[in-house]
Ligand binder design. Structure first.
Ligand code: ADP
Ligand code: NI
Length: 197
């Protein structure tokens, strides 16, 4: 990345921090920061545009329907800074979410695949568990109702989270995802044990 690209990344970080600093569903500034760092790691040894990856990672949740209705905060930022790859970045953001996946949308670029993997990895592991409970609390959903196909936090593990390893685009992300799912299954064993004590 050139120095001016790096300055743009720093600006995107401050912008996201300003807008999502207090966000409480797990789509907060630190999520954006982790997706950014994970995406940069996944991009190593690949011929990908790091500026596109960096900006898409940082801005990807600014207009997510779960936290904001009808805004264009990501696009506003990119236009304000005359980013050449604006369209490419917006295509990634518009197509990468799990809900987009469910309606058949796909990311096609290498950069999009990497950012999507990084975002999905953050729904797994210890942090993934925390985000799932946090989001469920916000939605006033129960923790657990002794079922795996209802609207509870624990059911979400089975409905979505455990499916993520098979949805990864890159082999590196799939490996990390499998390790994180293994940890989550151990966590569930303990959860069920305490539940039935
Ligand atoms: P994406 O932005 O990739 O589509 P989501 O916004 O669906 O991902 O999920 C972001 C976080 O919110 C994840 O950690 C996920 O586990 C959690 N989450 C999303 N939907 C639910 C749900 N129905 N119940 C519990 N947690 C959820
Ligand atoms: Ni996200």
């Amino acid at each position: 990345m050139t120095n001016s690209d790096l300055r743009l990344i720093e600006k995107a970080k401050s912008y996201v921090n300003e807008l999502l600093g207090q966000e409480a569903t797990g789509h907060d500034y630190f999520h954006a920061q982790r997706v950014y760092r994970q995406a940069m790691r996944l991009a190593k040894n690949k011929d990908a545009n790091l500026t596109v990856i960096g900006l898409a990672s940082l801005l990807h949740d600014l207009d997510d329907k779960k936290i904001s209705q009808g805004t264009s905060r990501a696009l506003d930022f990119l236009k304000r800074h005359n980013v050449l790859e604006t369209q490419e970045i917006m295509d990634i953001i518009d197509n990468m979410s799990f809900s987009s996946h469910l309606v058949g949308k796909k990311v096609t670029s290498l950069e999009g695949k990497i950012v999507q993997d990084a975002d999905r990895l953050d729904a797994l592991g210890a942090i993934g568990i925390a985000r799932c409970f946090s989001y469920s609390g916000k939605k006033q959903r129960p923790l657990y109702l002794e079922n795996s196909n209802d609207d509870t936090a624990i059911a979400h593990f089975y409905q979505k989270l455990f499916k993520l390893p098979d949805l990864m685009n890159t082999e590196e992300a799939r490996q990390i995802a499998l390790e994180r799912v293994e940890f989550m299954k151990k966590y569930l064993q303990e959860f069920y044990k305490e539940w039935s004590e």
